[in-house]
Design a protein around this ligand. Structure first.
Ligand SMILES: [Fe+2]
Length: 298
């Protein structure tokens, strides 16, 4: 890919440097319009979990054991059964089996520490406690070391089916189960290594889009049917039917060149979906891309 002075992301020009120089956010920031903003108790709890998870991340202590509040458990018990029902019908088999193997259920919020130990035995991936969404270069640096950053807070109770940021429901019910699959684990690790190594912002952006249209919003073919495996879809009761059936969305075969040149808007329901024929296919496509970019990580 040609070096350019500006890149387009989310419809606007960005400085390529922002793709390779990670920012560090050291205090909790809830974005304008966040449903929890006016709720002092919620903000206080988020600050407490922010400080705890940040310390555990920076000191390499692994996920802290969290005593979840009654309100947090209520939110989990409200949202996860609705997602489970949709998963049974529309999620890919890799996801369904892994969720069962990890004993993720509708009653109790899982402890990420236990899940991390199980993942480590299965695919040598461990979970890294994250205080919130990390800058993607930082995120990729953890992934390159086979660590997957996960949040441990819950969304605000006034809108249990909506979150403007990744939370425990998104991470634990979306991202974590597929980490039990070896091809998925290797795909993810390679994205991390390549994105954390290249000095070129345009290549980081291309890898970010590859990841977005697979890990985050990917569809996959399974026994002649289209199934869901992207975490952003699996953790949203709206995105699951939207991704598979909406007339306002396109569903095209996963062609790497098209995927890495397709912009997206993370704040809206997605309008472009790509269907991968299999997990090994994605892994091979990524290896070819990294090779073509000349990133020395293979
Ligand atoms: Fe995500």
């Amino acid at each position: 890919m040609k070096e350019t002075n500006t890149l387009i992301e989310y419809g606007t020009s960005i400085d390529p440097n922002t793709m390779v120089v990670p920012l560090d956010v050291s205090e909790l920031e809830l974005e304008p319009g966040h449903p929890g903003l006016g709720d002092t108790e919620y903000v206080h709890r988020r600050q407490e979990l922010f400080a705890l998870c940040r310390r555990h991340r920076l000191e390499h202590l692994g996920p802290p054991t969290i005593e979840y509040t009654a309100e947090e458990t209520r939110i989990w018990r409200e949202v996860s059964p609705k997602l489970h029902e949709l998963h049974d019908k529309y999620a890919c088999s890799i996801y369904l089996k892994a969720k069962q193997d990890l004993a993720i259920n509708e009653t109790e919020i899982p402890q990420l520490r236990t899940i991390s130990e199980r993942l480590e035995r299965e695919t040598n991936i461990h979970l890294v406690p994250a205080e919130g969404a990390l800058p993607y270069r930082t995120f990729y640096e953890y992934i390159a070391e086979r660590g997957f950053p996960v949040t441990q807070f819950l969304r605000h109770g006034s809108h249990p089916e909506f979150t403007p940021e990744p939370d425990m429901i998104h991470d634990c019910l979306g991202h974590v189960p597929p980490l039990m699959n070896q091809d998925y684990a290797e795909l993810l690790t390679l994205i991390g290594k390549a994105a954390a190594t290249t000095p070129h912002g345009d290549q980081v952006l291309a890898l970010k889009r590859f990841s977005w249209f697979s890990i985050e919003f990917g569809l996959i073919e399974e026994a002649g049917e289209t199934k869901v495996f992207g975490a952003g879809i699996l953790s949203s009761t709206g995105e699951i039917p939207h991704s598979l059936f909406s007339k306002d969305a396109t569903r095209r075969p996963f062609v790497t060149e098209t995927v890495i040149t397709t912009d997206y808007d993370p704040s809206q329901m997605q309008k472009d979906f790509f269907i991968a024929p299999s997990m090994p296919f994605l892994r091979r496509e990524l290896e070819a891309l990294v090779h073509r970019f000349g990133i020395p990580v293979l």
